[in-house]
Design a protein around this ligand. Structure first.
Ligand code: HEM
Length: 512
């Protein structure tokens, strides 16, 4: 008896009891998971709502299709489009997310009425800690429309005329001074170089030399903190105190009113004459710089990598400049850019295949019937537009997977079909000037509707100037001489080339 008692209270028995409890917890968790998966699957088979788009099959609730979507969004869209057509729903971090691709889908979401869709509800968690309070998505949409008008002050043709020499100087000084471009040839990881060239050119053009010069020292660090705020982790866990998401409100942000450049015009005022407060001007300046940085830097990286995969096209670009501007290649002017159609097409074609914003999202504010279907999108869903899908659709772009800048010349066998000239498109003014509606267009890398990009012309001027100067300096090719192109990194909210992405460069004869 005593022996039995010893055993029941002894350490061995406690260990066995612990194991028993541990395995019971394990069994309970496994049963719970099994039940959750079982009910989730059952529910998908039994309760399909015929008035809502079909739902992509998924095993686990909440996780849904988050992982397959996140690994390669374009492939996810493509595969499900083949199964369901242009409109379908998937679970993204527990949220029913309705994708609507193709020109009708782009129009339905991007030109959605203000009473039906909201961008600020989705984006504010991400952008407000980076840009700061009371601007862009931290204010009513009508205020954003006025702010876009103010931001456009820096984006006029007159301003662009001044920017081209500024951008050219930055690019040329960079190649002259950077140790990775010393000598007659070399191998370089291109995306970090393009990230620097983008921030130097954009800050100098949009904010002036005073701010630009700070990028070599103090502001570079501030900027890095702001940049960190754009990671997807902040999108999902915006309530967590992530480092790097409060820099916009620190006092070392650029001093506002005095630097409302390019030529320090009269300070702007909202409707009714209400002056724009200093902190809003500062935050708009940050927004202007940040909004373009990722997109332009990703695009210029893709351009350089594509050129390395097609040295013949890089040669075409050089020859185009010699033919249009003369063999002495004088310093580039804004007017010169219009004389270089292939140089323009390089940007256009790269954005067709590598649009940096692959998913554009909107909250649904009231049930939205999808024209021509029996679907009604309820307010519990988020809408997702992906203009990149129609931009890679063979229905509109013959041999869509081929990066062919020449396709944008009208007689090319790969010339796009059914892409109208923007000049012929219906125009609308949301408060920041006339913009093309883009309704029905399969090519919308700059979006459409009231949230359409205001930086399109600046990005074009900046990218075309960077490319034109780069081809004057170098010949590029892939390190292994192949025509391969590196894969895409979708881990950031803005897609970009996987890194390192190294290319081989050779200095052109006569380049400084
Ligand atoms: C909006 C793309 C460069 C400033 C957008 C949108 C897209 C886009 C797709 C629409 C987002 C939505 O509907 O939710 C691009 C691409 C760029 C580029 C592909 C470069 C290749 C720039 C630059 C600037 C800029 C350089 C600033 C100088 C803005 C602003 C908005 C915007 C202020 C408005 C956001 C809104 O109204 O909600 N851009 N962008 N972008 N972009 Fe860009």
């Amino acid at each position: 008896m005593g022996l039995l008692q010893d055993f029941s209270t002894g350490p061995l028995a406690q260990r066995i009891l612990q194991l028993g409890t541990g395995s019971q917890i394990g069994v309970a968790i496994a049963s719970f998971l099994f039940l959750a998966v079982f009910l989730n699957v059952l529910q998908q088979f039994l309760f399909q709502n015929p008035n809502e788009p079909p739902v992509v099959f998924h095993w686990f609730p909440v996780i849904g299709s988050t992982i397959t979507y996140g690994m390669d969004p374009p492939r996810f869209f493509d595969e499900n489009r083949k199964k369901f057509g242009d409109c379908f729903t998937f679970i993204l971090l527990g949220k029913k997310t309705t994708v609507y691709v193709g020109p009708q889908g782009n129009d339905f979401i991007l030109n959605g009425k203000i009473r039906d869709v909201s961008a600020e509800e989705i984006y504010t968690v991400l952008t407000t800690p980076v840009f700061g309070k009371d601007v862009v998505y931290d204010c009513p949409n009508s205020k954003l429309m006025e702010q876009k008008k103010f931001m456009k002050i820096a984006l006029t043709t007159d301003a662009f005329r001044q920017y081209v020499p500024i951008i050219s100087d930055e690019v040329n000084n960079y190649y002259k001074a950077n140790p990775d471009f010393k000598g007659a040839s070399g191998i370089v990881d291109m995306p970090p170089k393009m990230a620097q060239i983008t921030i130097f050119t954009a800050s100098h053009a949009l904010q002036g030399s005073e701010i630009r010069n700070k990028f070599d020292a103090s502001l570079a660090e501030l900027y890095h903190h702001l940049d960190m705020g754009f990671s997807p982790i902040n999108f999902m866990l915006h309530w967590a105190p992530c480092p790097g998401t409060t820099a916009a409100t620190t006092p070392s942000a650029p001093s506002p009113r005095s630097t409302w450049t390019p030529s320090s015009r009269a300070a702007p005022a909202y409707k009714g004459g209400i002056p724009v407060p200093d902190h809003e001007i500062a935050h708009m300046m940050i927004a202007l710089l940040m909004a373009g940085q990722h997109s332009s830097s990703s695009t210029s990286s893709w351009i350089m990598l594509r050129l390395a995969s097609r040295p013949d096209i890089m040669e075409d670009l050089y020859n185009e400049q010699v033919a249009a501007l003369g063999a002495d290649l004088p310093p580039l002017s804004y007017e010169d850019l219009a004389k270089l159609p292939l140089n323009q097409a390089i940007v256009k074609e790269t954005l067709r295949l590598h649009a940096p914003i692959h998913s554009i999202m909107r909250a649904v504010k009231q049930p939205m019937p999808v024209p021509g279907t029996k679907f009604v999108i309820p307010t519990s869903h988020v809408l997702l537009a992906a203009p990149g899908v129609s931009a890679a659709d063979p229905q509109f772009f013959p041999n869509p997977e081929v990066w062919d800048p020449h396709r944008w010349s009208p007689d090319s066998p790969n010339a796009p079909t059914m892409v109208r000239n923007e000049e012929d498109d219906e125009k609308i003014d949301y408060g920041y000037g006339l913009v093309s509606k883009g309704a029905g267009s399969p090519y919308l890398p700059f979006g459409a509707g009231r949230h359409r990009c205001i930086g399109e012309q600046f990005a074009n001027v900046q990218l075309q100037t960077i490319v034109a100067n780069t081809v004057r300096w170098f010949k590029f090719r892939n390190v292994d001489g192949s025509d391969k192109v590196i894969g895409t990194d979708y881990a950031s909210l803005f897609s970009r080339p996987l890194e390192p992405a190294k290319i081989y460069w050779e200095r052109r004869a006569g380049a400084a």
